[in-house]
Each structure stands twice: as C-alpha cells, then as structure tokens.
Design a protein around this ligand. Structure first.
Ligand SMILES: Nc1ncnc2c1ncn2[C@@H]1O[C@H](COP(=O)(O)OP(=O)(O)OP(=O)(O)O)[C@@H](O)[C@H]1O
Ligand SMILES: [Mg+2]
Length: 364
C-alpha cells in the first residue's frame, strides 16, 4: 500500500497553530517555526493556484533544476494541471529560502506528491524542503511530525501552509530502506513502533483506521480500471474479501494509538547507529498498532512460511498479538500483490505467496 493516494484530506486537518504549539512544547522551543502569510494567486480563470509570492531580496542560493521525473510523478498524481504549479515553483522556492534563511541544494529525485530538495540552514544544519500542490496534506504531515516527541521522526523546522512548503530536519545518512534493500532487525522495528505508538498523542481530529482502510481499498481498486487484466491475477472477489477482513479488524475494540499510517520501506530512513530507523511522510490515523507493520512484514518475502516466521518474530519483539498481525497481512495481501503486478514486478514467487496469503481471508 505504498504508492497510492493517501487520505490526507479525510476529516479536517488540525490547524497550523497546533503544529506551532506542539513543536514549541515538544521540542522544548528549540525549533524556529515560522509561518508566512502571503496573498493568494489567481489562475487564468480566476481560480486560486497557490499563494502569491512577494519577491524581496534574492537569496544567494541558485534555484535548482526541477528534474523531469518530478514533473512526471506529480503529473501522475495531480494531473497535467500541475504544470501551472511547476511554473510558480521557482518563485515559491525563492520566497521560502529567503524568509527562512536557508540555501537550497539539489533536488531529491523521489516523492510522488511533492518536489523534495536538500537545504542548508543559516546555522549549518542540513534540512529537506518539501513543496507540494496539496497544501492541506503538508500541514497535516507537519502536525503529525510535530506531535511525535521522538528521534524516530524528523523535527519540523518551518511550515508555510499557504505556500505548501515544509522544511524538516534532514536525516543522516537517510538512506531509505527500499534503496539500501536492508531488512531491519526486529529490535529496531520494535523500538521504532514503541516510539511512534507510545509517544504520539491520539488527537481525535485524526481520521480513524476504518477511514484509512476504506480509502486505501477504494484508491487501489482504481488500478483495476487502469489495468483490467489484473482481475485475472487478483480476482475482485479476493480483493473485496481482503477489504471485509480489514474493515472488521479496524472496527474491533482494542487499544487505539496514533499510527504512522504509511510505514512503507520508502518512508523508513536509516538514521545512523545511534538513532536507528526514522519514519518520514506519515498518513496519521487512529487505531490498532499492528496495522503499521503490514508493509514491512510483506516486503521482500517470497514464501508463506517466511511470512509466518517474520510475523511471529516481529510481533514478539513489538509485544503485539501475532494472530492479529497476520490477520492484517492477510487482509492487505491482495492489495500489495496488485501493486506489485501493476508495477510489472516480475517476482513471481512473491506474487504467488501474497495471493496464497490473501486467499486465507475467506476463512479468517
Ligand atoms: N527528512 C528527510 N531526510 C532525508 N531524506 C528525506 C527526508 N524527507 C524526505 N527525504 C527523501 O525524499 C524522499 C521523498 O520524500 P517523501 O516520501 O516525504 O515525499 P512524498 O512526495 O510525500 O512521497 P510519496 O508520497 O511518494 O511517498 C524520501 O524517500 C527520501 O529519500
Ligand atoms: Mg514517501
């Protein structure tokens, strides 16, 4: 459930003021969170595109080239209208670099909802700038990151909700798991989970896990429209059985924690020996802790026995019910199989293992 739209717009995102307060208290006031108030920019037909930038003194840093990949990734996500947003991007980058006093570095060639850049703050610290046409999503992300008083998420440096710009601490070395290909130890996963679930405040303004489940199954089902042949490999009945099981698990009574909501390998960075795993890019929601482990358990695994063994070991390390964790994996196996298949992933054994696991939804 990695590359698909996420329910950042479910419910009303908590306001930026909360972000500022939380960051100030949580980070002991160390962070300098500032917010710009800029006027809205009108498009050709008078519609709002992005806030207008008032150009002031130019920053020393050059605006980096926007890579073609970013245009493609964001167009796939937001449609061809995103070109108008790209046309405004140099002005937005100039404005936030000047106001927040950082030098822009190279673009990071990743990210499907935002353009991501390296940055260097005035005091020498490294940071990462995310700019996105989905401004509500960035504000929501900043709120969640600010609510986690743990080194296992990056600090928020500044947010401009109107410009759709979020400046966060750069994680070092910051290699995402999908790039290193290194499977984390169960101890490091348990430490991360305990930090996220144990310290996050389950503010009722976040969406519920039931809403997240509905959103994920609805959005992934669109892959059937794009690639009708998928039904041969992953019958819709199997997919819907997974949805039923996930819906049931989400509605079970039990402890509710603040979930990361999108704990996929690309969103897990290597924070170095002392810091361990660091989770970025949350889609926070409230529900059962086991949900956050599904993508990690079903990553890089080619047979059912290995899935069972991994589930047992990680559940034991994280203090979770292995049966329930396996239930979540069964529920999402067809969706993850569909993502693999639609990306042309040729790991046939992995697909077969996922489909076999998914079929257990009929009896779970
Ligand atoms: N704080 C950070 N430190 C180091 N690298 C980062 C940081 N934040 C993001 N990155 C890099 O930028 C990439 C894209 O970031 P992110 O996942 O937040 O973007 P996104 O547009 O929300 O992506 P998507 O929705 O496709 O997952 C990450 O995979 C990582 O390589
Ligand atoms: Mg991401």
């Amino acid at each position: 459930m990695s590359s698909l739209p996420k329910p950042y717009r479910i419910g009303r995102p908590p306001v930026t003021a909360i972000v500022r307060r939380q960051i100030a208290t949580v980070r002991g006031g160390e962070q300098n969170v500032r917010r710009c108030h800029l006027r809205g920019l009108s498009g050709k037909n008078g519609e709002e595109i992005a806030p207008r930038v008032r150009y002031g003194r130019r920053v020393a840093s050059r605006i980096p080239d926007i890579d073609a990949g970013a245009r493609q990734r964001l167009a796939a996500r937001f449609g061809s209208d995103v070109e108008r947003w790209f046309a405004e991007l140099p002005g937005v980058l100039t404005a936030v670099a000047e106001r927040w006093g950082f030098a822009l570095g190279a673009a990071i060639p990743r990210g499907s909802v935002s353009a991501v850049f390296r940055a260097r703050l005035a005091d020498g610290r490294r940071a990462v700038l995310k700019v996105s046409p989905d401004r509500a999503r960035l504000a929501f992300e900043a709120t969640a990151l600010g609510a986690w008083p743990t080194p296992h998420t990056p600090d928020v440096v500044a947010l401009d909700e109107q410009l759709g710009a979020l400046l966060i601490e750069a994680i070092e070395p910051g290699t995402p798991l999908d790039v290193s290909g290194a499977y984390p130890t169960e101890e490091s996963v348990a430490t991360l989970l305990s930090a996220l679930h144990g310290s996050g405040v389950p503010n009722p303004s976040y969406p519920t896990l039931g809403q997240r489940v509905a959103y994920l199954f609805d959005s992934s089902a669109k892959l059937y429209d794009r690639s009708p042949n998928l039904t041969t490999l992953i019958p819709r009945t199997l997919y819907e059985q997974g949805r039923r099981l996930a819906t049931r698990l989400a509605s079970d009574a039990g402890p509710v924690v603040l979930l990361h909501g999108d704990l996929t390998p690309p969103n897990l960075l290597d924070g170095g020996a002392a810091r361990g795993l660091v989770a970025i890019d949350p889609a926070p929601c409230l529900g059962d802790a086991a949900f956050d482990l599904v993508d990690l358990i079903l990553w890089q695994v080619d047979d059912l026995d290995a899935i069972h063994e991994r589930t047992r070991r990680i559940a034991a390390a994280a203090g979770l019910d292995a049966e329930r964790l396996l239930g979540w994996c069964i529920a999402f196996a067809s969706m993850i199989a569909m993502e693999l298949a639609s990306q042309g992933d040729a790991h046939n054994r992995r697909l077969q293992a996922l489909l076999h696991l998914a079929s257990q939804a009929y009896t779970a």
